[in-house]
Design a protein around this ligand. Structure first.
Ligand SMILES: [Fe+2]
Ligand SMILES: [Fe+2]
Length: 312
């Protein structure tokens, strides 16, 4: 290419090609686990490093062994879902307890650390916008302490939980599974709004990344067909498949689905006999683009009932 503008034209084409050819499902069974200064065991699911064309976002899965804690660090915003185990988060010196199904919001650049105080390993999912922050020179990531074994003397001096809300500005930090509330408005079998930002925000103020909701799709149904910028789905329960941009992608419990940036039409199908339950992650940059798009969100068909298409 002889000039900068021609290089941009070229980039536009290669971006589109990359999105078209990229994977859409991160399979739980194929994860590459590594030890990091922050986590005893961590694996990227949806991330640029694993070949997904994300909008600067990523989804990581990590484990804290019995009697261990994560490192202590700070960076941009983070959204955490505790899949298994129990313990507590220390955020800005305050304690927030967690159990299976707890969601945690980490405010921008707040130092935080997770402790496993139970008898089973803690498994958690983390949504971050690290790559976006780094590419716009806002990505400060600092390690204050490395992961390791709990010191009983340190644990004994950690105070009890005082509140689920952040003293700094009153925003919500944690929400437990039994606090999830079923919404009256749903384009699925059921919707539980968690951190927002579409739907109820329940006191959270997530801007960069949110665990926005849980969808339940009933046996032998499909979601509506629609288009919007990037979102992730993590299969908490059940198996199914998604059609994204006219192609079918099968997934199982523990897999994560990437609806890429852009406005690709997509639809989720549950052809099986049990409920399909999906955790949804949304990233703030999505709304920056939705505001610029002529139609920010489009629904093609609203039918939840299975049609002949289900049995194809
Ligand atoms: Fe973190
Ligand atoms: Fe969607």
């Amino acid at each position: 290419m002889s000039d900068f503008y021609s290089a941009w034209l070229d980039r536009s084409k290669s971006n589109q090609k990359k999105v078209d050819e990229a994977p859409r499902v991160a399979k739980s069974k194929d994860l590459k686990w590594v030890r990091t200064p922050q986590d005893y065991k961590a694996a990227l699911m949806i991330a640029p490093e694993t070949g997904f064309p994300t909008g600067g976002s990523c989804l990581m899965r990590a484990e804290i062994p019995v009697g261990w804690h994560t490192g202590k660090h700070f960076h941009g915003e983070e959204a955490i879902y505790v899949e298994s185990g129990e313990g507590f988060l220390i955020l800005d010196e305050k304690r927030y307890d967690f159990f299976p199904g707890t969601i945690l919001h980490i405010p921008y650049r707040s130092p935080h650390q997770l402790f496993n105080t139970g008898n089973a390993s803690v498994g958690y999912l983390s949504g971050l916008a690290w790559h976006l922050e780094a590419d716009v020179y806002m990505g400060k990531l600092e390690q204050l302490e490395e992961c390791g074994e709990n010191d009983p003397n340190v644990l004994a001096n950690i105070p009890q939980e005082e509140s689920q809300y952040w003293p700094e500005d009153g925003r919500r930090i944690s929400m437990h599974q039994q606090q999830h509330e079923k919404s009256g408005e749903s384009k699925h079998g059921a919707t539980y709004f968690l951190m927002g930002r579409s739907g109820k925000q329940n006191g959270f103020r997530a801007t960069g990344v949110a665990i926005s909701s849980i969808f339940v799709d009933l046996p032998h149904t499909k979601s509506h067909s629609h288009a919007h910028p990037e979102a992730y789905l993590y299969a908490l329960e059940g198996d199914g498949y998604s059609e994204i941009g006219g192609k079918r992608y099968d997934w199982n419990q523990g897999d994560a689905v990437h609806v890429p940036p852009g406005m690709l039409h997509h639809q989720h199908f549950n052809p099986f006999d049990r409920d399909m339950k999906e955790l949804r992650f949304e990233f703030g940059v999505r709304y920056w683009f939705v505001d610029q798009w002529k139609k920010g969100y489009t629904t093609v068909d609203k039918h939840l009932k299975a049609t002949t298409h289900m049995d194809d």
